[in-house]
Ligand binder design. Structure first.
Ligand code: DGY
Length: 332
């Protein structure tokens, strides 16, 4: 349904979300909602988007110049995600389409998720469970499923935004870890202090020194395959690598080869190149913990993310403001 049928603006919700958030949006808009949670193709999505003033997107729907040209009524796309590599921001700004994301509300939950993967990988929790369920636990053995310590070790964080800093606090305060980080820019001294006394280092130094490396970097042309064969070769053979940033930051084929060769000890991955497909070589590695992009998936946090996306749509389409704009120049 489009704006021509009613005075209310029209929006599309690209994926199933909490029914109470759909109901909230229906108070303000004519809503086309994908509550069946169908995987719309790009063409199908554009068909649904045409004639709409707003869209609630999830990070899967690409918004670029071609889509924008096909949808001239569009005014805002509100991502229910902090990441926004699905948005071509310059194209959206040029087309006068506001982009918003969902930061802050997921910071602590996503950091919990990252830390859980780190612990599971370093202590071989998934392997242990599979071993037990397969009926292989028959006797005590001094070297059964030996892993690596987390407490008191060195944590390297690549991508020191809000989530990276939350992971640093957990490592330093909860586990007595020394924290190194690498980021596009160095944090202020105050922020480094809050992040457990984190020390800024070059990427190669971080990879050489860290016992556990956590990637929280977004996917950009600069971060694509930031961690490939050459970088993995710098890491300790006892090290773990965790990726909760974006698929594509790691060369998954190179990582699988490094895991198989014992070049690093273990990995924990929540994001993948080409997800929801996962590189088949990773599926064959027992020393990697794999989760389906759920680092932010606690019930309260996913609801808060949906509400923030909805509030951005309501604020912008009813009074021209937005809570978390990515191209705020359009608000002026
Ligand atoms: C985000 O918010 O970018 C997460 O990756 C989605 O859960």
């Amino acid at each position: 349904m489009t704006a021509t049928h009613t005075d209310k603006p029209a929006i599309v919700i690209a994926r199933a979300i909490f029914p109470e958030v759909v109901e909230q949006l229906q108070q303000y808009f004519v809503v086309e909602s994908n509550q069946a949670n169908e995987s719309w193709s790009g063409t199908e999505f554009v068909k649904r988007l045409r004639g709409k003033h707003g869209a609630l997107t999830t990070g899967e729907q690409r918004i670029d110049a071609e889509v924008l040209a096909a949808c001239p009524d569009l005014k805002i796309c509100a991502n229910m995600a902090v990441g926004h590599d699905n948005f071509d921001l310059p194209a959206m700004t040029a087309a006068g389409v506001l982009a918003t994301n969902a930061p802050d509300v997921l910071t602590e939950t996503t950091a919990d998720g990252g830390f859980a993967l780190l612990m599971a990988a370093a202590r071989r929790i998934s392997e242990g469970e599979h071993f037990l369920r397969a009926g292989k636990w028959r006797e005590w053995s001094y070297d059964m499923l030996l892993g690596q310590d987390v407490h008191g070790t060195t944590l390297g964080i690549v991508g020191m935004g809000r989530i990276g800093q939350a992971i640093a606090r957990r490592g330093a305060r909860g586990f007595g870890m020394t924290v190194l980080y690498h980021n596009r820019s160095r944090l202020s001294a105050g922020k480094e202090q809050d992040a457990g006394g984190a020390r800024y280092v070059r990427l190669d130094e971080l990879l050489r020194r860290a016992d556990h490396v956590v990637l929280v970097a977004p996917l950009t042309p600069q971060t694509r395959h930031l961690i490939g064969a050459a970088e993995l070769a710098l890491m300790k053979p006892t090290a773990t690598l965790v990726n909760i940033g974006r698929g594509g930051v790691v060369d998954d084929a190179a990582l699988a080869a490094a895991l198989q060769a014992g070049q690093i000890a273990a990995a924990g991955l929540d994001v993948f190149e080409g997800e929801p497909s996962v590189h088949p070589a990773l599926l064959r590695c027992s020393n990697v913990v794999l989760t389906p992009h759920i680092a932010s998936a606690s019930a309260p946090t996913r609801l808060a993310m949906a509400r923030l996306a909805a509030d951005n749509l309501i604020d912008y389409l009813t009074r021209g403001t937005a809570r978390t704009p990515l191209n705020p120049e359009l608000l002026a």
